[in-house]
Design a protein around this ligand. Structure first.
Ligand code: FCB
Length: 464
C-alpha cells in the first residue's frame, strides 16, 4: 500500500488557490530539538534549562520531560525517509546548543555537531531543503547559572555558538533562523513562569527580551561573514488582537495588548526601536540598552519567520463598567484542544499587516498547526479530520495573502510528528505523524497523507 492509497481526502483546498503558490515555494514541516530528540545524555550533551525546569515538581504535565521524547536522535534516518515519502520539500529543525557547546561558552563538541551534519546530509540526499533554527529554547543550564538571558554575556555566547554551527553546516544549510519566538522566551519564561527558567518577574522579561534580541543582532553579521549567500531571519510569534465591539475602552485595550503581544519584538527588529508605550503600559522600566544595540538588532534580514496559531478577541464589559475582558471561548467558533480558537482569517490579516507595516524582504510561515485528541486504531490509521480542516483553511489564508501581495515564500506545518509540548508534556499532539511513545512507532495521520497529496499537486512538484 502506498501512502496515497490510505489517504482520506475530505475537504481540500480550492484548486484555483493552489496555483497561487510559486513553484519554488518551500512546503515544509517543523520541529525543535528538545521536543523530539530525546537522547538527553548522548554524545556529550549537557543539561538545558528545559531539563531542569521539566524536573521541577508541577512544572510540566504529569512530571514529563524530554529525556526520550520521540527519540529522533536515534530514529533520524527513518524520520527523514518518512519526510521524503510524504513529499516534504523543506524541513525546519532546531539545533541544541547543549550538544554543540556543552559548557555554554568555549570548546565545540564534535560529536554533537556530527549529529546535525548527518541530519543535513540525509535531508539533502532526499532532496529536502534544511532550514535550521539556532535557538528554540534549550539554553545550556550552565549559562542559566550565570544569569541566563538576564546577563548580557549570554547574547555574546549565543553569537559564538551561532558562528560555530554555521561554520560547520553553512556550506549545506542556506536558511538560518537565529531565534524562535522571543516573546515566549521572555514572557512565558521570565514573567509568567510557565516555561523555563520559570521566573515570575515582569521586569526580568523585559531585560531577557533585550538580550535575546541582542544575541540575534550579534549573530546575524557573523553568519553573513561566514556564509555570504545564507538567507538569515528570525521567527516571531504573533497573536493578532481583535475588538468585539466599538467601545472606546475596547479600542484602547486592543491597541495596548497588540503593542505587548505583537509589536514588542517586530518593531526593534524592523524599526530599531521599542514601541513607545510598551514599558509604561506594562508598568516596567526600559531594558538596559547600550549604544549600538538597536542598530545591531535592526540590521536588514532576508526574511521574517511567522508563527501563527490563533488570535485574541477583546470586548467591553457588558455591564458597562468601562473595563474590558478577553472573550474566550469565542461563541460559535471551533477551538483546538489547546483551547485556541481556529481563526484562519487571522493568518491572512497578519501576513498582510506585516507586509504593509514592516515590508520584510520575504515572509515564511515557520509554524502553523493544531493539537487534537488523535486516536490511533492500533494498525496504520490515525483519523484526524479536524487537523486536516485546520491546515486547509490556513493554507488557503496564505494563498489569499500571496494573492494580495504578501511575499510569502514558504509554509511549515507544526509539527512533523507528535512531540513534547512544553508545559503540556505529551498530552497534546500536534504532529501530522503520530508517535506511539511506548514503541516509538511512527504512523502517518490522515492529515499527513492529505499533506502529501497536496504537495504532489502543488506547483513545482516533481510528482506533477
Ligand atoms: C510554539 C512553539 C513550538 C510549539 C508550538 C505549538 O509556540 O514554537 O515549539 O510548541 O508553539
Amino acid at each position: 500500500m502506498t501512502l496515497s492509497d490510505t489517504a482520506q481526502v475530505r475537504g481540500d483546498i480550492d484548486p484555483s488557490l493552489l496555483a497561487t503558490f510559486p513553484p519554488n515555494f518551500q512546503w515544509g514541516v517543523a520541529t525543535s530539538s528538545y521536543q523530539i530528540e530525546g537522547a538527553a545524555e548522548a554524545d556529550g550533551r549537557s543539561l538545558s534549562i528545559w531539563d531542569t525546569f521539566a524536573n521541577k515538581p508541577g512544572a510540566v504535565y504529569q512530571g514529563q520531560n524530554g529525556d526520550v521524547a520521540a527519540d529522533h536522535y536515534h530514529h533520524m534516518r527513518e524520520d527523514v525517509a518518512l519526510m521524503a515519502q510524504l513529499g516534504i520539500r523543506s524541513y525546519r529543525f532546531s539545533i541544541a546548543w547543549p550538544r554543540i557547546i556543552p559548557t555554554g561558552v568555549g570548546a565545540v563538541n564534535a560529536s554533537g555537531l556530527a549529529f546535525y551534519s548527518q541530519l543535513v546530509d540525509a535531508l539533502l540526499e532526499h532532496g529536502i531543503a534544511p532550514m535550521a533554527t539556532l535557538y528554540h529554547w534549550d539554553l545550556p543550564q550552565v549559562l542559566q547559572e550565570q544569569g541566563g538571558w538576564l546577563s548580557r554575556n549570554t547574547a555574546f555566547a549565543f553569537a559564538d555558538y551561532a558562528e560555530a554551527v554555521v561554520g560547520h553546516l553553512g556550506d549545506r544549510v542556506k536558511h538560518w533562523i537565529t531565534i524562535n519566538e522571543p516573546f515566549c522566551i521572555s514572557y512565558l519564561g521570565h514573567a509568567d513562569g510557565k516555561h523555563a527558567p520559570g521566573m515570575r518577574d515582569p521586569q526580568a522579561a523585559i531585560i531577557a527580551a533585550h538580550h535575546v534580541l541582542l544575541g540575534h543582532g550579534l549573530a546575524v553579521p557573523r553568519i553573513r561573514a561566514l556564509m555570504p549567500d545564507a538567507q538569515v531571519g528570525i521567527t516571531l510569534d504573533f497573536s493578532p488582537i481583535y475588538a468585539a465591539d466599538d467601545l472606546p475602552e475596547t479600542r484602547q485595550a486592543v491597541t495596548s495588548e497588540d503593542t505587548f503581544r505583537n509589536r514588542w519584538f517586530v518593531e526593534p527588529v524592523y524599526r530599531g526601536t521599542y514601541p513607545e508605550t510598551l514599558f509604561a503600559e506594562q508598568h516596567v522600566a526600559p531594558p538596559p540598552i547600550q549604544e549600538g544595540d538597536m542598530a545591531l538588532i535592526s540590521a536588514p534580514l532576508d526574511f521574517l519567520g511567522v508563527n501563527y496559531y490563533s488570535r485574541q478577541l477583546i470586548g467591553g464589559d457588558p455591564d458597562n463598567s468601562g473595563s474590558t475582558r478577553a472573550i474566550y471561548p469565542v461563541p460559535g467558533s471551533a477551538h483546538t484542544v489547546m483551547g485556541w480558537e481556529v481563526f484562519p482569517q487571522g493568518l491572512n490579516d497578519l501576513l498582510l499587516r506585516l507586509h504593509r507595516d514592516y515590508a520584510p524582504a520575504a515572509l515564511y510561515v515557520t509554524e502553523n498547526g493544531a493539537a487534537y485528541n488523535d486516536e490511533w486504531d492500533g494498525g496504520d490509521r490515525v483519523s484526524d479530520p479536524e487537523r486536516r480542516e485546520y491546515l486547509v483553511a490556513h493554507i488557503e489564508a496564505v494563498a489569499h495573502a500571496i494573492d494580495q501581495g504578501a511575499p510569502v515564500q514558504g509554509y511549515f506545518v507544526w509539527s512533523f510528528m507528535d512531540n513534547f509540548e512544553w508545559g503540556e508534556g505529551y498530552s497534546k499532539r500536534f504532529g501530522v505523524v503520530y508517535i506511539d511513545y511506548p514503541t516509538q512507532r511512527r504512523i502517518v495521520k490522515d492529515s499527513g497523507h492529505w499533506y502529501h497529496d497536496l504537495l504532489a499537486r502543488a506547483p513545482g512538484s516533481p510528482a506533477r
